[in-house]
Design a protein around this ligand. Structure first.
Ligand code: FAD
Length: 312
């Protein structure tokens, strides 16, 4: 079957849907507006004494319940681009050495293009026409899988009211990530600190690719209430929490990142594929607030698109 398919988003949902399409003999193109692959599985580079280290300022780890995702993890461990993180039950994993390596290896055989933003999607004569901010001309596809977070997906798919009905049913929590580093790594430092249900504004703090570089995430209550406030105010609030915690060590601020649509609060309900056109949606917003759910939803979208092509 020869079909021209576009996947919007190189997050885990875009990658898993493309891998699944590839397993059916199809060869989709992934485009993403960001500089790097991975979406919310984000990494940011810092050079300390000429050596690169990476903050993991989005997702910190992943878990696996389904056989499909377990297979991905076992392959990654065997090929050394995934490693176990901490000592948890159920087990947690990270990309090795960075989260980006996990995504780059997973997508090795895929056609991924970064720094391209899709601005319009229009159905016409049984084709899906798409406009981006680079070429600025309409390109025609036989099928589309769209994976931005639900509110962004909603705005993009305004010619597909059935999908919009689904997309409007979900909601997200925001998360503020503050990246900081140590010139001198303190003694007895662990690799992460969990503040879940503890007083204060933080939910989690963890090292990135080395013990020098850290990301602190604010909890849902603080993030949802404050994300739109002045960045200096946010920086001061979060830095003072971190300083209280590491009161004996000198920490340095690196940067702040606000994830407006960070974690799914309410999942979307409704159809995943348009009743008329081969346009499907995928992402954590359909299955749950984590990497594995987004992965599963991408595979489901690919199955739906493939079945639709078989029916025609
Ligand atoms: C701070 C934070 C911490 C988290 N911690 C964890 C954790 O520890 N464990 C866990 O399992 N999950 C965690 N999550 C959730 C997890 O990261 C997400 O559930 C998952 O990565 C979502 O993947 P996705 O492919 O659905 O969406 P995304 O990763 O958001 O991918 C969507 C992609 O679409 C692109 N895009 C959007 N609009 C356009 C457009 N118009 N044109 C082109 N491209 C576009 C974006 O650039 C993005 O790359 C965390 C999330 C955040 C933000």
């Amino acid at each position: 079957m020869s079909k021209k398919i576009l996947v919007i988003g190189s997050g885990i949902a875009g990658i898993s849907s493309s891998l699944k399409l590839k397993s059916y003999g199809l060869n989709p193109t992934i485009v993403d507006k960001g500089n790097f692959i991975g979406g919310r599985i984000g990494t940011r580079e810092i050079k300390i004494n000429y050596n690169s280290s990476y903050f993991f300022h989005g997702a910190q780890f992943f878990t696996a319940k389904t056989n499909e995702f377990k297979k991905i993890i076992y392959t990654g461990i065997k090929k050394k681009y995934i490693k176990e993180f901490g000592n948890f039950d159920p087990k947690r994993y990270r990309g090795n050495i960075t989260m980006r390596e996990f995504l780059l290896n997973l997508s090795k055989e895929l056609n991924v293009q970064q720094k391209i933003k899709i601005t319009k999607v229009l159905p016409l004569d049984n084709k899906i026409n798409v406009l981006d901010d680079k070429k600025k001309e309409w390109i025609s596809y036989d099928g589309l899988i769209s994976t931005p977070p639900a509110p962004q997906n909603y705005r993009l798919l305004n010619e597909f009211p059935s999908l919009q009905e689904t997309l409007k049913t979900g909601s997200y929590h925001t998360c503020i990530a503050l990246m900081f580093y140590f010139d001198q790594i303190p003694n007895d430092l662990r690799t992460y600190y969990d503040f879940y249900k503890k007083p204060g504004i933080l939910s989690w703090m963890a090292a990135g690719s080395s013990l020098n570089v850290w990301t602190a995430h604010t909890n849902e209550e603080f993030s949802d209430l404050n994300y739109y406030k002045d960045k200096n105010f946010l920086k001061e609030e979060i830095m003072s929490s971190i300083n209280n915690f590491f009161f004996r060590s000198k920490i340095k601020f690196h940067s702040l990142h606000i994830w407006r649509y960070a974690k799914v609060a309410t999942k979307c309900l409704g159809c995943q594929i348009d009743p008329k056109y081969p346009v499907a949606i995928a992402g954590d917003f359909l299955e749950g607030p984590n990497i594995e759910s987004a992965f599963t939803s991408g595979e489901k979208a690919a199955d739906l698109i493939f079945k639709r092509f078989q029916q025609k």
